[in-house]
Write a protein that binds this ligand. Structure first.
Ligand SMILES: CC(C)(COP(=O)(O)OP(=O)(O)OC[C@H]1O[C@@H](n2cnc3c(N)ncnc32)[C@H](O)[C@@H]1OP(=O)(O)O)[C@@H](O)C(=O)NCCC(=O)NCCS
Length: 218
């Protein structure tokens, strides 16, 4: 059982809760708005549109596993920051999750999925699919979701975390203690290539044995 409470109050107007299948249509719109609005400094329009069709999107396996979170904004008084996603009002400001399965990145339509379960003693939990709506960027929500995901993965026995980070995401993960392991090039269905970075982090207090780890699983 995942060690995430059903609802966590993290700051005055932001709550974290587990995503449910009924959130998917709002999340799809949020992901498109997030990618188009926040990745423009790091990727070309062709890369962004290709990635939205190929690799970015909801991973419903994470929702089924109870390891995907949404950050909901609770309007306080008359001052609502409620963003709109293509006309559909929603209180969801961002989303992100973690996984006990092998897939490193990619939504439901990504072809490189590997649903096998990881072994927490040997494998790194995957940090997955973080998307914040542009109206809520740089307000600490990505960091909040990350902290909740790390803590849930830690409670499940993992001592390392890793992800395929976009160049945009690497700016958040870099300040949260993740280090680059290697570059990854994701081929997109429109012929473009999306450069991302395989990053990892070890739970503080666990021994650094990255050299032996590299030879342990061949
Ligand atoms: C990456 C992303 C999730 C960050 O979410 P966020 O809620 O804006 O991040 P936070 O507010 O928690 O940022 C915490 C810190 O990370 C760093 N950081 C985050 N985004 C940054 C950016 N675009 N440029 C520079 N530093 C950044 C900063 O140090 C920031 O602290 P500060 O705002 O006080 O300077 C968001 O930009 C996003 O959704 N991007 C588009 C989708 C994407 O690429 N997701 C990543 C998939 S791996």
């Amino acid at each position: 059982m995942v060690a995430l409470c059903s609802e966590t109050v993290l700051q005055a107007n932001i709550h974290l809760r587990l995503a449910i299948p009924g959130d998917i249509s709002v999340l799809q719109a949020l992901i498109a708005a997030s990618v188009r609005g926040l990745q423009a400094q790091d990727y070309t329009p062709a890369q962004i549109e290709g990635a939205l069709k190929t690799v970015f999107g909801v991973d419903s396996q994470l929702i089924a596993d109870g390891t995907y979170l949404v950050a909901e904004a609770v309007p306080s008084g008359s001052e609502s920051h409620e963003p709109e996603y293509d006309g559909a009002a929603s209180l969801i400001a961002g989303c992100g999750g973690w996984s006990k399965r092998k897939t490193l990145y990619g939504g439901d339509r990504w072809t490189g999925r590997e649903d096998e379960l990881l072994d927490p003693l040997h494998d790194a939990a995957k940090i997955r699919a973080f998307f914040i709506h542009p109206a809520w960027a740089r307000q600490g929500i990505g960091g909040m979701i990350l902290e909740a995901c790390e803590s849930a993965a830690r409670a499940a026995g993992f001592t390392r975390y890793e992800m395929g980070a976009t160049l945009t995401g690497a700016k958040l993960f870099g300040v949260k203690g993740y280090v680059a392991v290697k570059p990854i090039s994701i081929p997109l269905m429109n012929g473009e290539v999306l450069p991302v970075i395989h990053m990892e982090k070890r739970v503080s207090g666990t021994p650094l044995d990255s050299d032996t780890r590299r030879f342990r699983r061949v």
